[in-house]
Design a binder for this molecule. Sequence first.
Ligand code: G1P
Ligand code: ZN
Length: 562
Amino acid sequence: MEKPRPAVETKPYTDQKPGTSGLRKRVTVFQQNQHYAENFIQSIISVIEPAERQAATLVVGGDGRFFMKDAIQLIVQIAAANGINHLVIGQNGIMSTPAVSCVIRKIKAVGGIILTASHNPGGPNGDFGIKYNISSGGPAPEGITNKIFDISKNLQEYLICPELKVDLSKIGKQTFEVDTFKPFTVEIVDSVEAYAEMLRGIFDFAALKELLSGPNHINVRLDAMHGVVGPYVKKIVCEELGSPANSAVNCVPQEDFGGHHPDPNLTYAADLVNTMKGGEYDFGAAFDGDGDRNMVLGKHGFFVNPSDSVAVIAANITGIPYFQKTGVKGLARSMPTSGALDNVAKALKMQLYETPTGWKFFGNLMDAGKLSLCGEESFGTGSDHIREKDGLWAVLAWLSILATRKQSVEEIMKDHWQKFGRNFFTRYDYEEVDSDAANKMIKDLETTMFDASFVGKKFSSGDKTYEVAVADNFAYTDPVDGSVSKNQGLRIIFSDGSRIIFRLSGTGSAGATIRLYIDSYEKDPQKIYQDPQVMLAPLVDIALKVSQLQEKTGRTGPTVIT
Ligand code: G1P
Ligand code: ZN
């Protein structure tokens, strides 16, 4: 007897447009709106052609946040009912974003679903997110996310096998009979192993082991911030590379990240910053919820700006075995990221690409063999070993440089500035601003900037005067496929190369977040050790005046300064 199709009637939602990094909403939005998660999961699976599904494997994993396990059970049930053949899931659902990217590539899966809202807070009142990655291991490009969005807006039903339940804790294969399809299998895998294996092939583990546990070892402090990277740090840095167990803290993933923002910056990783100030540790790092971001600190809390971090790795790249094998194909940074990387590219005659914000733009360049190393000012650093930024990779890259150069973080950074000059950089974030006010501020600023008289205008603050050379809304033409991405951020570039950039965040879940970025280059060796906030104060002042940010949003100060 034929059983009924496992379809459930639903009504479409109009707000399931994936942002910079998947669909991010408050947990309550996923929980309280009927079929909200089911609809979106069905919309993702619907972009995989029915004919492909019976041979398709999807990788599934997340950062351990609240609602992740519920979402994984739904993915299992919906994937089965839609004829997906095979799922590979991290044990207990745990898999960092870089590890998912690694596993997709390794097993040649058609894609993966990552359950994370990255660095946003978790718990019942926090955020949840669902993100789709494609077979390259990278975030789905806009063509696909638009397709998912279109499907979600018209969805009338989804398919589900509600009875089907997997045990996420048990490593191994579980097989289920699903009507009309081949048996459906779910394979639970160790969350760390494939990723660890990949890192062993990238870095010189013997040299890292010597650095971390040899007779002249350094002391490190790694803060997983209760996010997903804890088990990776424990297994790779402590067990394998021999760093003492107590050098890694907050390593058990928690559904609410211990009540904190799992965001590795000077504000939300203040605990690490303060501990580092004590001088007991030579190297410190923190990671975000899903393990793709990193913050690097030296002894006494010496801060390495992420824009500098990627530049330092670039300048020392030939010490890393992976790049000795692959060569250096090119470098890239997102537009708001400081020009520190450009200086290295120029000096070492490497190709440099400037892309819009978001990791997905790097993927095309990597797939085309044009890009080896890239970074964003937002604590993202990575390479073409996978198609996501990679927090632990960045930390091992830094440790490799320490091992080779036998210098401290601060010495390496200062040598770098001496050699290449320094790009002073700061970012101001204004979080949860009223959306209408934020949109109006940006629109008005654009109008001001596009006035014919704006270019050539001089702005002064204190004893500094800057003359506008370029004013535009950044647009990017992908050199690989020719696709054009417009409206990627308002740029005011002055005649000395200093830049003021405004853009609205694409990853927030409530209200709007305004980001203000300032970048200014200094070559004078007398000035390169100054405090960035002091050096950049005139440009900040000019940015606030031109945009009237304070008047238009009612905000007298930013939520976070980096
Ligand atoms: C932010 C960062 C961006 C990063 C993204 C995902 O996006 O600014 O560099 O790629 O998170 O981690 P935004 O909120 O600015 O759109
Ligand atoms: Zn993240």
